[in-house]
Design a binder for this molecule. Structure first.
Ligand SMILES: Cc1cc2nc3c(=O)[nH]c(=O)nc-3n(C[C@H](O)[C@H](O)[C@H](O)COP(=O)(O)OP(=O)(O)OC[C@H]3O[C@@H](n4cnc5c(N)ncnc54)[C@H](O)[C@@H]3O)c2cc1C
Length: 379
């Protein structure tokens, strides 16, 4: 006898045994589901999602289709194979755009800018000196000789306050994260993969017959294989995984039709970021570095320290002298780890983890889903 209140029909069509059960309906879990159905059309695949909607970073992010500003790349190069990491981000964006199409994503090839205030002239000079070096390093990845250039002459065009240097990345873009997730959900359901929301996996058991997921609603899902795509929440099911949460806070202003900011904008080693949305609102996020300890959490929440910092950035730099009304505020949680590359590994018998996009999962997510599907489809 099954220990749940589910009907016979629900067991047959939704919760029955599957070749693959995917935990987590974020960008990684949903793209993995789609690629897996392309590779193994006859397999029964099911996606289990804790929230009423996918409720991780994929619906909370800033929608930057980016692969790194120069100050970020300088820091990241100290951690290893930078060219490989940027290639994975670039490939991931290619996968995402091919899978859903630019119209569905509202992808805009606007280019990205890194800002340096006058008092950051030292860092600006260090980054400017690296332009040729990074252009050469990234040319084989992006297929263009020039990725970065000094765009300081354009600073006046944006009306920023106190900005002395602007460095432009010609190949960045922006997208609509909400439309991305809607399009993905529609595609996954159309591929005959049920996405079951309000279905938290509470425990993951590995038996001789294969993995079993015990859900909060009492159902037990048996699967030949499980893909754990729970990102920042990964250690709740598998505590041994090297994934640390990092919360990001975001706000969106009232519409500001007199402000024109075409582009995506990065500041302070990428810890702050902003862009203007098509309806003229400004989306601004970041500030995690103000208090890493407080932001190392999976709990949703906003703090005065970060919100004040973001509002001051608006007032002093982005729309100097103005204090626009803030219409939306939210937080989301990213998964970080010791390496910049995502963790895509078999972690228990029959259990593959594909987690930890290190805050760049819009770029890395679809490529991570693609790699996960390749591994799941074997055998
Ligand atoms: C504020 C913010 C801004 C960002 N901006 C950008 C950006 O501009 N560009 C960029 O490239 N990246 C950005 N990112 C990062 C990017 O959004 C993430 O790296 C990416 O969305 C991760 O996708 P994912 O599928 O791995 O995880 P998630 O989207 O977090 O999905 C994990 C899912 O698992 C579900 N889940 C967790 N536990 C369980 C369980 N036990 N049972 C069932 N379901 C469960 C969650 O509800 C969630 O829906 C940002 C992130 C944040 C938070």
């Amino acid at each position: 006898m099954l220990n749940s209140t589910l009907s016979y029909w629900e067991h047959q069509s939704f919760f029955g045994p599957a070749e693959v059960a995917i935990v987590g309906a974020g960008l990684v879990g949903l793209t993995a589901a789609l690629y897996l159905k392309q590779l193994r059309p006859a397999w029964r695949v099911v996606v289990l999602e804790r929230g009423a909607l996918p409720s991780g970073a994929s619906t909370k992010n800033a929608g930057f289709a980016c692969f790194g500003s120069i100050s970020e790349l300088i820091e990241q190069e100290k951690r290893g194979d930078l060219q490989g990491v940027v290639a994975a981000r670039y490939e991931g964006l290619r996968h995402l755009r091919e899978l859903l199409g630019d119209a569905a994503l509202n992808y805009q090839p606007v280019g990205g800018y890194e800002l340096f205030r006058h008092e950051e002239a030292g860092l600006a000079a260090e980054c400017r000196e690296k332009i040729d070096y990074f252009n050469q390093l990234l040319a084989p990845v992006v297929g263009h000789a020039v990725t970065f250039r000094d765009a300081s002459a354009e600073a006046g065009r944006f009306g920023f306050g106190g900005v002395g240097t602007l460095l432009k990345n010609e190949h960045e873009g922006s997208l609509d994260a909400g439309r991305m997730m809607r399009a993905l959900l529609a595609r996954v359901w159309a591929a005959d993969v049920p996405v079951l929301t309000n279905c938290a996996a509470e425990t993951l058991e590995t038996t001789a017959a294969g993995p079993r997921l015990h859900l909060a609603n009492g159902a037990v899902v048996e699967a030949g294989r499980v893909l754990l795509a729970t990102n920042a929440f990964a250690t709740e099911l598998l505590p041994e995984l090297a994934v640390t949460p990092g919360r990001g806070q975001v706000l969106v202003t009232e519409p500001l039709p007199d402000v024109q900011l075409p582009g995506t904008f990065h500041y302070d080693y990428g810890y702050a970021y902003f862009r203007q949305l098509p309806n003229h609102r400004i989306l601004l996020g970041g500030g995690r570095n103000l208090d890493f300890a407080a932001e190392t959490t999976t709990a949703p929440g906003l703090t005065d320290a970060v919100q004040d910092y973001l509002e001051n950035l608006l007032h002093e730099v982005i729309v100097p002298g103005r204090r626009p009304r803030i219409d939306y505020r939210w937080s989301g949680v990213m998964g970080f780890g010791p390496a910049l590359a995502p963790l895509i590994e078999w972690v228990r018998p029959g259990v593959l983890a594909a987690v930890r996009c290190n805050g760049m999962g819009v770029a890395l997510g679809a490529g991570t889903g693609w790699q996960a599907a390749q591994k799941l489809a074997v055998g």
